[in-house]
Design a protein around this ligand. Structure first.
Ligand code: 5GP
Ligand code: MN
Length: 344
């Protein structure tokens, strides 16, 4: 990662020093390990520095992140709007975490738009929308958690770090790199991990908490997805997994149960593009993954009202049945992969 521009650090420090009102940290909708980990890590550090801080998430997050210290204090906007609105009203600063467009916060978007205090963005998605007073956005960073850790260090706030905040930030880096499988070529990321481990935290326990806590139903759902629920297109180096509502019911699906499933087809030799379609509420939620130089962000933007990173994007489709979405994918696949290099 490039060095964070000093004027951004100085700007943030100046804002923090003069701020007398509370801070609210807001991660994106359907928060993942990075969004939760970096929000909670920063929240704890800022609290130790003497600030009043809350984390307000637009909606709930998977249970395998609930071991993180502070997770039980997260206010869910869709469940406790009154409390959330009160906190935002009191606040003089909001820190937007791990998203590049306000729309990624769903129903919280108008709240952020209307907010009169200072808005800070900490993120690692490309092309951030211009909505914040201070934008700390580095798409080369493995995760928002790594970026947050750099910011903490650059501000001289490492004195406020402890084991619990280190665990949260480590979890963010671990999950956003698929357990150090992708976005992990930069020596700086390993240096950050090494610094975090010294707090001291237990990386084995953290990995276990996130990845080895499947319910039996979830494991059998994965079995379905890799069996009947997967279609492979070897000629296009692509695969599709689909998760219809009735299958979710059969396996007592709860939020987060399909997390990571989209990565499995990439373990098939020759497969470099994978997509997961899940029926969630009245929409089809789309997850896209790729390896190497083949980018999925344009497909997410052009066809699925979404965005993300080159190798990991997402989106959604409304008013279309899952079967229709699948048909469209099969039909469009040659177009989607037209820029894919033959060998890599
Ligand atoms: P996932 O497939 O895990 O839901 O999302 C992968 C990445 O795609 C996320 O880190 C996020 O950057 C992006 N993403 C997911 N859903 C959406 C969406 O609806 N809109 C946009 N703009 N990006 C999304
Ligand atoms: Mn992230």
């Amino acid at each position: 990662m490039k060095q964070i521009e000093n004027k951004l650090i100085v700007g943030l420090l100046t804002e923090l020093k003069t701020l007398e009102t509370p801070i609210v940290i807001i991660p994106h909708m359907n928060p993942d390990g990075d969004a939760i980990g970096s929000s909670l890590g920063l929240c704890r550090v800022l609290k130790k520095s003497g600030k009043k801080v809350s984390v307000i998430a637009p909606d709930s997050f998977p249970s395998f992140y609930k071991w993180m210290t502070g997770s039980s204090d997260i206010i869910l906007y869709n469940k406790d709007k009154k409390k959330a609105d009160e906190k935002i009203k009191e606040a003089g600063m909001i820190i937007c975490m791990d998203f590049n467009e306000i729309s990624r916060t769903g129903d919280m978007a108008p709240v952020i738009e209307k907010f009169k205090g200072k808005k800070i963005l900490i993120d690692h998605h490309p092309d951030p929308q211009c909505f914040s007073d201070i934008t700390i956005s580095y798409s080369e960073s493995s995760s928002s958690a790594e970026l947050t850790f750099h910011i903490i260090n650059e501000m001289g706030y490492e004195k406020f770090m402890d084991k619990e905040s280190a665990e949260c930030l480590y979890c963010g880096i671990m999950t956003d790199t698929g357990s150090f499988d992708y976005s992990i070529r930069n020596p700086e990321t390993f240096r950050s991990l090494s610094d975090l481990i010294k707090y001291p935290i237990d990386p084995i326990e953290i990995h276990h908490n996130v990845f080895d806590t499947y319910s039996e139903d979830r494991m059998r759902l994965l079995g379905y997805c890799l069996g009947e629920g997967m279609e492979v297109f070897p000629e296009y180096h692509a695969a599709m997994i689909f998760l219809p509502r009735e299958i979710q019911k059969r396996f007592n699906y709860i939020k987060g149960d399909n997390e990571g499933f989209v990565n499995y087809p990439l373990s098939i030799k020759g497969i470099r593009f994978s997509v997961l379609f899940s029926e969630i509420k009245d929409q089809v939620k789309v997850s896209l993954r790729s390896t190497g130089s083949f980018s999925v962000i344009e497909i997410a933007k052009d066809y699925y009202n979404g965005g993300g990173h080159c190798n990991a994007s997402g989106g959604e489709i409304s008013n279309m049945s899952l079967e229709k979405v699948k048909d469209q994918f099969r039909k469009n696949l040659p177009e989607y992969v037209k820029n894919m290099k033959e060998e890599e």
